[in-house]
Design a protein around this ligand. Sequence first.
Ligand code: ZN
Length: 619
Amino acid sequence: MKQRDAIPVLYTVLPADPAAHRFEVTCTVQIPDPEGQYFSLPAWIPGSYLIRDFARHIVRLEAMANGQPVTVTKEDKQTWRCAPCSGPLTLRYEVYAWDLSVRTAHLDQTHGFFNGTSLFLKVHGRETAPSLVDLRPPCGKVKGTWHVATTLPKLETDAAGFGCYRVADYDELIDHPVEMGNFVQGNFQVEGVPHRLIITGRHRADLNRICHDLGRICSYHANLFGELPEMECYLFLLTVTGKGYGGLEHRSSTALICSRGDLPRNGEHGVSEGYRAFLGLCSHEYFHLWNVKRIKPTAFTTCDLGKEAYTRQLWAFEGITSYYDDLALVRCGLISVESYLELLGQTITRVWRGPGRLRQSVAESSFDAWIKFYRQDENSPNAIVSYYAKGSLIALALDLTIRLQSDGRRSLDDLMRTLWQRYGKSGRGIPEGTIETLAEQVAGTDLKEFFQRCLYGTEDPPLETLLPRFGVAFHLRPADSDSDKGGKPATHSIPRTVLGARFEEQKGLLRITTVVDGGAAQRAGLAAGDLLCAIDRLRVTSGNLERLLEHYSPGERVTVHAFRYDELMEFDVTLQEAPPDTCFLTLMEADDATLRRREAWLGISSARTTHADTDDEKR
Ligand code: ZN
């Protein structure tokens, strides 16, 4: 094709061997660097801050120019250099794709999914040049007739979506994930822009209802920012599995994984916990359309994906996004106020239960995401804090503070609109610390101490004092059981005796996953990985631990037998009382001014302050 020759770089993607999970990719450079052309693959994917070394899945690579092989030398773990040659130069390589996650690539007889960061080698010197992508139908035996779903801009495709796509530069090339296979599709419009949901994997979900609910969430976010970013269409690429949860944001799409059971079936009413979590996930990724995909730190506008990009601002990009994901559900009427307060109570519980929050600040957590938050181990609860969870509580505290300081005239919504207008629309990066300065301007008050304590220090956001000003009471209680996530009042009132450790079942034994810092287990010398066999010479399992401990009071001593590696060890444990680390929130009787503040914050009118989604549940 003439048109193709004019484009500096052409990629072809062929699902060459679905049974062996191998894509075959070619990359043709019309005019290669006369000194020798360099190619490389990113080490990480934007939105997921971990070095993943995608190049390790390239299993074979060769180069040809004018019918002759070209020598290729590996320069480092992810970079190749071709010997000087005249163009066009074509690299041909295989990519192993067998990771069913939103971050990499997956291929079998049922479908193919990939992110550009896993498949498309960057042509050095051509990063800002346009390129073509030719998506080919699969080879060999596959299930059904495959179609393509992607937001890659179409140039020339067949009815199924196979064919040519064109992107403006490398950044765009790797920001449109591709799904191919047999999926179902639902459509809706937001502000006149076509939105699509496609679902891969077996399910019996009510597609119409999901599209209807997603439409409300998307419209809510578009309204908050005042407009949609410029885009032709938006795509939710959803894969359902038996057990899964996750999402990754892109410039006009999101890749999601959820559990089959989370989606509502036809004829099902009400919002189950699973569906609420699914809607929160979609809401989160869609909010990223503005916050982080366009409103982004300087560290991300200037980074190369070959190595880490450091920022202390992830509390704003992930924390604020996490604050708005669930808040949008109550503000657009999909869940009740009680349901929202339950979610908020659970987030507070997650943060309050981590002793690591007293060691690491959220700013540090952001900076060290690469080696700590994304590489968690048995000590993480004692060593780190989540910039998602605590970041969202900082956002909540900031929102409530701005509302109080401005007498209800301003809120965090104004800060987000300001960030969108000043930075997001132009794509200009935000320097470190600027969001805090802008927050002060929106609030009209000095917030340095607040940020110093809660963001750069390890203090908890002052929710116990802020929430009552909005007619919401803050309560802490001990956990009812190991599976108690918080968000609800206690189910019984007897003080619970605990070991001060977290467990999982392993081959009928109770394996310690984390020893809580300063707790009974740690003081007695128990360690993560120990396999508990008996308490006071009675066999202990995950099924009877709670019942065994019910017979003891806090302060009593027990003998614990456990295997460390293959040695049986004996520990003298002084049992402790379950700490009050479980939060639940309740609506308070309040004066008119307080009620008005609550209604403005949650975006509700008095009529639907309680049992707001009754109508919706009967829909
Ligand atoms: Zn996120």
